[in-house]
Design a protein around this ligand. Structure first.
Ligand code: FAD
Length: 342
């Protein structure tokens, strides 16, 4: 089937869907509230399933060329001793978010994306066969259609990049907080921290983010301290973390919710953007194969809602376990055992 689509949001889910539908001969208009693609951002881990989706969209080669391969990661205690090795058999590609978005947007006809075009009234969208709501975790479309707001996870994420290459990936778990380090590219290191909100509040009152990070992590192992020492003059992204409660459907009428709008999740499994890409290729496949829009949207919902709901639940649990305050030796033994089995 061919038709027309309005896409709300030029993030990962929106651009991937727009690209796939345009390639299939659809007419597509993307409405994005921001003025253009971001110029800066940290690296996203892309699992093999997401790389396959990017291959389907014709940009896998370009994304691989601008990415770094990561094989497994080490899970450490604050003193640097090892709790476990995670996912040694699986390869993740670390892709800077701006590079991923640029690859998805490259080659799209110039009139496809309207920048500075926030959607304020879901009932007043341009006419189209399908509306793709890819407007992120605070999705106004989800609020309008389902009346569902995201729920706070009780944690705050800080992240950025610092000069100097990282060798390998580590995640260090302490009481009520964690610190992750991965490669960004040949010249920079990607870092992320997650802290229980109340701990951040009391540790951070009256201080800027680098000082807060020094307070929280300044006595951790040397790799963490190397990142802290390189923070000066770098941008730090701080955001309160949320996830999306299970929805009765990812479809309402002619609208499909994709990506974080449908299943925003804790970042701890590194899966949100990957699932957004798989949503996009699944929806494009359903819309191009089915004879009518309702049938295609039903197929999309049937294929994606259950697995993504499960991933949201697992990510929530990972967020909670990784920033636990008590019984840390017990937690670490259980996690090490689980890692050996996986
Ligand atoms: C700290 C952290 C680390 C992460 N690490 C990983 C990782 O390693 N791997 C991974 O797969 N995922 C990761 N994620 C998750 C990933 O960032 C998200 O899942 C992904 O960005 C979701 O893409 P999206 O397109 O659904 O939403 P977004 O990227 O949020 O895009 C939504 C777009 O919609 C636009 N928009 C919103 N409202 C409107 C409106 N009313 N009108 C018009 N436009 C609108 C926004 O401006 C934005 O451009 C991480 C997340 C966090 C917070």
């Amino acid at each position: 089937m061919r038709g027309s689509a309005v896409v709300i949001g030029a993030g990962i889910a929106g651009l991937a869907t727009a690209r796939g539908l345009l390639d299939a001969g659809w007419t597509v208009h993307v409405l994005e509230r921001s003025p253009g693609l971001p110029g800066t951002g940290t690296a996203l881990g892309m699992w093999p399933e997401a790389m396959r989706a990017l291959d389907q969209l014709g940009v896998g080669g370009q994304v691989r060329a601008g990415s770094v391969e990561q094989r497994g990661a080490r899970l450490l205690r604050p003193d640097g001793t090892e709790i476990a090795r995670l996912g040694p058999g699986r390869t993740v590609r670390l892709v800077p978010r701006p590079a991923l978005l640029a690859a998805l947007a490259e080659g799209l006809p110039p009139d496809v994306i309207a920048w500075n075009a926030p959607v304020t009234d879901h009932g007043a969208l341009p006419a189209a066969d399908v509306v793709v709501a890819a407007d992120g975790i605070h999705s106004p479309a989800r609020a309008a259609l389902f009346g569902v707001a995201p729920r706070p996870l009780g944690t705050v994420a800080l992240r950025g990049t610092v000069p100097g290459a990282a060798h390998g990936a580590t995640e260090t778990w302490g009481p009520a907080r964690l610190f992750g380090i991965t490669p960004h590219d040949a010249e920079r290191t990607n870092w992320f921290a997650s802290v229980r909100a109340d701990v951040l509040g009391s540790a951070g009152a009256g201080h800027d983010d680098p000082q807060v990070l020094h307070r929280l992590y300044g006595d951790w192992h040397p790799d963490v301290r190397r990142v802290l020492d390189a923070l000066d003059g770098t941008a730090i992204d701080r955001r309160t973390l949320f996830d999306v409660p299970p929805l009765p459907s990812h479809v309402q009428g002619r609208t499909a919710l994709l990506g974080d709008a449908a299943h925003g999740m804790a970042p701890n499994l590194g899966r949100g953007a990957c699932e957004a890409l798989i949503d996009a290729t699944t929806l494009v496949g359903a819309l191009t194969a089915a004879p009518d829009v309702p049938g295609a949207l039903h197929r999309y919902d049937a294929a994606r809602r259950r697995p993504t709901t499960r991933t949201v639940r697992l990510a929530r649990a990972a967020n909670s376990v990784s920033t636990a305050r008590h019984l840390l030796p017990v937690r670490n033994v259980v996690v090490a055992g689980a890692a050996r089995l996986s």
